[in-house]
Design a protein around this ligand. Sequence first.
Ligand code: 5GP
Ligand code: SF4
Ligand code: MG
Length: 453
Amino acid sequence: CGVFGIWPELEASRQTYLGLYALQHRGQEAAGICSRDQGRLHLHKGQGYVADVFTEATLDRLPGDGAIGHTRYSTTGGNVASAAHPFLVEGRFGQIALCHNGNLTNTEELRNRLIQEGQVFSSPSDSEVILALINRAKAASVVEAVVEALRQVEGAFSVLIITKDKFMAARDPRGFRPLSMGRLGGATAFSSETCAFDLLGAEYVREVEAGELVVMDRDGLTSLFPRERIQARPCVFEHVYFARPDSFVYGLSVMGTRRDMGRLLARRHGVAADLVVPVPDSGVSAALGYSEESGIPFDFGLIRNHYVGRTFIEPRQSIRSFGVKVKLNPVRELLKGKRVVLVDDSVVRGTTSRKIVSMVRAAGAQEVHMRISSPPTTHPCFYGIDTPDREHLLAATRDLEAIREFIGADTIGYLTLEDLQTSVRDPDGGHFCYACFTGDYPVLPRSAAGRCG
Ligand code: 5GP
Ligand code: SF4
Ligand code: MG
C-alpha cells in the first residue's frame, strides 16, 4: 500500500490526492482520504484507482488544512470494500483516523483478546486493531495512548494518524516499510515514496526512522521512540520490485540500485546474445544495467499496454495466454532470429514468466536466456508484500534446472544474495530484510490475517 499525508496546508486533501496519484503503483484496489477541518474529520474512500474514487465534488467535501490518504493493495485480507483505508472511528479521544502500510504479525492474538474484552470489528484489517488498542489504552492523552498501542503491535507498519488536534506518523522498530518526510512551504508531508514529493514540488527532508513516532501539533514537531531501538531491517524487495525507480527509498535511489543489480547479474551470468529485452515495467532498470555491463544492445522487445484495468471481459473462445497478451505484446521485428536476454525483477509462481518466454519464442526469437535481478523467491512475505504460500512459489520446491524447464528458457540466471546486498550497499547483509529469499524472518510470523501491503 501507499500512504501520504500533509499538514498544515490550505489544500490538504487536493495535495493528498496528488500524492496518492504518485503512489498508485503501490495499490490499485482502493483509495481513501481523511481530512481535518477545524477539529472535525471528513472521510471519503472507495474501491478502484485514485482517479475513479475521487471527483472535484468529493474533494470539495474534504475541507481543511490536514489530510491523510492511502492506496490499497490487498493481500490476504481480500479485496473487500470494508478494508479500504483510512479508518475513521470515534472514541475516548474524539475522532481519530488511521491509514497503514504493512502487515502486523500478531493481529490474530490481539484481535481475539480485544474481542474477548468486548471490542467489535467491522473489517478484517489489522488497522482497526491499532485503533482499538489506542482507544483501550490506559493513558490519559491520545499521544500516550498511541505509544501504548505501538508497544503491543508486532510486524510491519508505516502509519499515519490524524485526530482533532494531532497529526502523527510512525514506523515499526525494524522499519520494514518505507516512510519519508518532506516539506512544502510551511507544511510537513509524509509519503511512502519520495516520487510523491516530486509531483507536489515538496522537498525531501529525511526518513521517518525505524521505531520513530513523529507527533505534530500547533506547538511543533516532537519525535518519540516508543520502544527500545533495535537494528532496522527494511524490505529489500522495495528496491527489487515494489517502489518506483524515480523514488529514493531508505535514502537510496531505486533506479541506481536496480541498475547495479542488472550490472552484477551480467557479470555473474553473461551469455552470448544479440539483444537485452526487459519485461516491462519492473525489469527495465535492471535490463539497462545488464546491457551496459555486457555491451549487448538494449531494446523494448515487449510492449506493455498501460490501460489494462483490474478487470476486463475475457473472450468466450479461449485465446492462448490471453491474460498476458492483453498486457504485453512482443515486437516481432526486433525479436526475429535473435538470441534474447530477457530480464525481469523476480519470479514468484512462474506462470507469467513461462507465458512470456513462449510468447517471445513465438515471435521468432532463436534463443531465450532468462535473467532475474533478485535471488530465487523461496519464502512468503509476512510484512506487507503479497506472496502466495510456499507451495505455490516456483523456487521453493525446485532446483535451478527444474525452474528453467518450467519456464521454458534456454538458460536461467538469478542474482546472488551477495550481489543483491552489494546493490543496496549492505555488504554484510545485516541492514535489510531478505526473508523472502532466505527464510530468515526478522519477526516470526504468528498470524497473517488482514494483510495489506
Ligand atoms: P510469475 O512468473 O511469477 O507469475 O510473475 C513474475 C512477475 O510478477 C514479475 O514480472 C514480477 O515483476 C511480478 N511480481 C513480483 N512480485 C509481485 C507482486 O507483489 N505483485 C505483482 N502484481 N506482481 C509481482
Ligand atoms: Fe520485503 Fe521479502 Fe522481507 Fe517481505 S520478506 S519484507 S518482501 S524482503
Ligand atoms: Mg513484472
